[in-house]
Design a protein around this ligand. Sequence first.
Ligand SMILES: Cc1cc2nc3c(=O)[nH]c(=O)nc-3n(C[C@H](O)[C@H](O)[C@H](O)COP(=O)(O)OP(=O)(O)OC[C@H]3O[C@@H](n4cnc5c(N)ncnc54)[C@H](O)[C@@H]3O)c2cc1C
Length: 391
Amino acid sequence: MEAVVCGAGIAGLSAAHFLSANGWDVTVVERAAGPRPEGYMIDFFGPGWQAAGQMGITGRIRELGYRVDRVDYVDGTGRSAAHLGSESFTKMVGDRLTSILRPDLELAIREALPAAVQLHYGTTVTGIAARAGAAGGRGGKVDVALSDGRQLTADLLVGADGIHSEIRSKVFGPESAYFRFLGFHVGAYSFRDGHLQDVPDNRYVITDTHGEAMFFYRLRDGSISVLGVHRTEQVERPADIRQEFKTRYRKLGWLCPQALEHCPEEFYYDQVAQIRMPRWSSGRVVLLGDAAGAVSLLAGQGASLAMAGAYVLADELAAHADVPSALAAFEERWRPRVAEHQKAGESAAKWFVPRTRRALLLRRLFLRLIRVPGVSRLVSGAVVGRTGAAV
Ligand SMILES: Cc1cc2nc3c(=O)[nH]c(=O)nc-3n(C[C@H](O)[C@H](O)[C@H](O)COP(=O)(O)OP(=O)(O)OC[C@H]3O[C@@H](n4cnc5c(N)ncnc54)[C@H](O)[C@@H]3O)c2cc1C
């Protein structure tokens, strides 16, 4: 059986791994010229650990990952206004938790890719055509035209090309039909500045602000990973993202103005949104990861779900004699998990970066309360969700 996977992100590489391990011939095409360096920190926990275990990469993920002992919310002078320890959260997920840069997670998956997988950077899908099979959906194929001029005929095309998926647009119609904006924009980059010693090791430091917030984390090479999230009514990305970023965050004080001095010309910037689709497959084409059901950074487990979803897809393809039945079974098994996290992400939009000064004060109070053992268990449980459940 042959599969073409579009997108060498977390979902696409994971799908390539599991399909290849199950005996499929897999070709992965990725639009970017090489592995994408743009990164932000991911809290990696939940069902992705199990998938990572199946790939044999949990050790490598730990090696590349970071520990977070404490989250500090600081005022404009850098003084801690509130904080959160990681103990209760760690108690819920055990040691199956690490913070890791998105490109490093991708690296761990890519390094373990079976040698038989063909991975082509700087290539994309330019055309998709279904080939009818016998009645009952058996025997059909999909013709896939690539930007390098090749024409492949496959049993399955996996659209793992992210939240702005072109495979989705080509097969299921325009993004606007499935895109649910959550009211935020986000930007991220890393920078190095020998004068900035204010971010302690193993801590997230976040501005205690409303409307917008900046997150800082010191990486092991001494550079600082910075992420800005702001509320906005404007759905579209601004024309000049760098200018927008600088204007928005400078007023937050503390390290923000210096961090903004290092804002590169090109950096990760996007809308915070979810993808909600009534179905994930059509004939021999299936969507995976953010392309099918982005949960957003507010839900916190998109990467984890992308990896676990890839495992479930390959598992169902191995269990069924024909591809359409396997795709239906995949969706039936996996959709409830994604829906659960989408719901959590939508609720988080209400409190993730407080909207007003009053909401900010309430968060401070909440962070004090959360240190009470019983409350802390309840809240951690809500954040973690059903991490213990098997994929
Ligand atoms: C700021 C932020 C913080 C986050 N924090 C967390 C977290 O704490 N925990 C967590 O689990 N998740 C987190 N997530 C979510 C997580 O990053 C995503 O859910 C995950 O990366 C989705 O993986 P994916 O492979 O589906 O998509 P992507 O990572 O977007 O990968 C898609 C790939 O497809 C390629 N591509 C796009 N278009 C084409 C095309 N036309 N042809 C070929 N290739 C194409 C892209 O270049 C890319 O390599 C966060 C997300 C953000 C933005």
